[in-house]
Design a protein around this ligand. Structure first.
Ligand code: HEM
Length: 100
């Protein structure tokens, strides 16, 4: 189900589940598709391949999935969102966190 436009998207909740184990295995020669840091770093190149339908090479993603990935890249590439809130979570020193 595509989260509504107001809902912040996070890597853990919305993006990581888009990548199959097979995708991760196939691409680990270049980056880890289950790593927030890696996918954030290569987000533009990944989005290009997804929009072209070049990757995954065994069948392009639906328009909804590509749009969801693009929306995540255009809204701060958040790692996590607070489960009970529509707000994002940011992490402070000393392991504390706060909603933003
Ligand atoms: C910067 C983005 C990407 C580049 C440059 C890229 C490049 C490649 C290359 C060169 C291969 C062939 C490797 C080989 O022959 O063994 C490959 C395979 C594959 N890639 Fe990507 N890829 C990208 C993103 C992705 C993404 C985002 C996905 C999944 C959503 C994906 C899924 C796959 C799969 C499933 C294969 C294996 C195909 C097979 O052997 O059946 N790739 N990719």
């Amino acid at each position: 189900m595509i989260p509504d436009a107001e809902q912040p998207l996070s890597f853990e909740t919305h993006v990581k589940p888009l990548f199959r184990e097979r995708d991760r295995g196939s691409m680990e020669f270049a980056f880890d598709l289950w790593s927030h840091d890696d996918v954030s770093e290569y987000a533009d190149a990944i989005l290009d391949r997804l929009e072209e339908g070049a990757m995954p090479c065994d069948g392009a993603w639906s328009r909804e999935k590509v749009d969801l990935f693009r929306r995540w890249t255009q809204n701060g590439k958040l790692p996590l969102t607070h489960p009970k809130s529509r707000r994002a979570v940011t992490y402070l020193r000393g392991g504390k966190s706060r909603l933003i």
